[in-house]
Design a protein around this ligand. Structure first.
Ligand SMILES: Nc1ncnc2c1ncn2[C@@H]1O[C@H](COP(=O)(O)OP(=O)(O)OP(=O)(O)O)[C@@H](O)[C@H]1O
Ligand SMILES: [Mg+2]
Length: 354
């Protein structure tokens, strides 16, 4: 038997309990204390303050980046347009490099949509509804595995002897009953059209999107390149889905630099550090771009890592030196090394030859 995860407070986002907690979650922002006020705290209170801030910086805020805004607007419009469509509903594909904010943007779309439905209906009428479902495609997905992911979200028990058709029917029937409106399917690059099982999983996804009266939003890394749009099946997907690309932040034109600085400023404003000088991170915009290659995931990792570091060492202010001591993901580190090497070669053309 493939048992659904237990209903604990650690349920992942890909279960209805985990999703509900994510929608309800309004992270508490720790109180900001001046260095003086902090000095007056007892040791115990100071430790509690540190603990609350370490927890807070482990997540930080979600910034309303151009990507988040665009996906919200497009997704919302599609949900409204699809409301009375019986078939041929339109969907959205979010594609881009790793760590460019695809999951964040689609889950924020889902969260906002669910909150809007709750607001529109009121608590009593909302009861018993499930406007949003969120699943991730497992590696080397088969059609049955895909149906099981939906079952897992819903908490439908699945037995080894259950056929793909039985699971699919149970999932579709329950989702219709729960009045789902938005189906978020993440990590679709795990569907490989090069294999038979992958091609069948892609068909299954299309079948689910026909049977479930919801707007489908698919997200994955470089989806265009994975062959999802090739062949007859691919053409049908391409004809129904709007494509939105998530990209790393560029640092070329004045507008691009402004957008990058705005992103840093939003993250910096959300910091809760006792001695951090506001604006000092924003001034390091060029350095931060070089370190992260413009990837929001790497920037977030770098700033959150530095915030954690300065809480632990008691310095309470992020400087360039702190940032230099933090290692980020391999993609960003490799891009950073390459840029440094190129700069060095430009300054001293013989350096590489030597
Ligand atoms: N709008 C945002 N505001 C703040 N932080 C963000 C935002 N978008 C992304 N991030 C940060 O970047 C990290 C990576 O984002 P996310 O997981 O959404 O990217 P992804 O494109 O789905 O990555 P992958 O391709 O690896 O699945 C997140 O953990 C989060 O810390
Ligand atoms: Mg993701």
């Amino acid at each position: 038997m493939v048992t659904p995860p237990p209903d604990t407070e650690h349920s992942p986002l890909t279960t209805k309990d985990g999703w509900r907690r994510f929608v309800d979650d309004a992270p508490a922002c720790p109180q900001w204390l001046s260095a003086c006020a902090r000095k007056r705290l007892t040791d115990q209170d100071r430790r509690a303050d540190d603990e609350a801030r370490l927890d807070y910086h482990a997540r930080l805020v979600v910034v309303a980046t151009p990507t988040v805004r665009k996906i919200f607007t497009t997704g919302r419009r599609l949900v409204l347009l699809n409301r009375h469509q019986i078939s041929g509903r339109r969907g959205l594909i979010v594609t881009g490099q790793a760590g460019t904010g695809k999951t964040t943007a689609i889950t924020q779309l889902g969260r906002n949509h669910e909150l809007l439905v709750r607001q529109r209906l009121g608590a009593a009428a909302f009861d018993g509804r499930l406007p949003v479902v969120y699943v991730t495609v497992p590696p080397r997905a088969t059609p049955k595995m895909l149906a099981i992911e939906f079952a897992r979200f819903l908490g439908i028990p699945v037995f080894r002897s259950d056929t793909q058709t039985a699971i699919t029917n149970a999932v579709c029937d329950l989702l219709i009953k729960l009045r789902v409106e938005l189906a978020l399917v993440d990590e679709i690059h795990n569907i490989s059209l090069a294999t038979r099982a992958g091609a069948e999983a892609s068909d299954q996804l299309k079948y689910l999107s026909e049977r479930i009266p919801a707007t489908f939003v698919l997200a994955g890394i470089e989806v265009g390149a994975s062959g999802l749009f090739s062949g007859v099946r691919g053409q049908q997907i391409a004809g129904r889905y709007t494509l939105t690309e998530t990209e790393p932040f560029a640092y070329g034109t004045t507008t691009q630099r402004q957008q990058w600085r705005q992103l840093i400023a939003s993250m910096e404003e959300s910091l809760r550090l006792h001695r951090h000088k506001s604006g000092s991170l924003t001034k390091l915009d060029a350095y931060l771009h070089e370190r992260t290659d413009g990837a929001i995931g790497s920037l977030s990792q770098l700033i959150r890592g530095a915030a954690t570091e300065v809480i632990l060492d008691g310095s309470e202010a992020i400087t360039r030196k702190t940032l230099e001591g933090i290692t980020v993901d391999q993609n960003a580190e490799a891009a950073h090394r390459q840029r440094r090497r190129r700069r060095k070669t430009r300054r001293d053309p013989d350096a590489d030859a030597a």
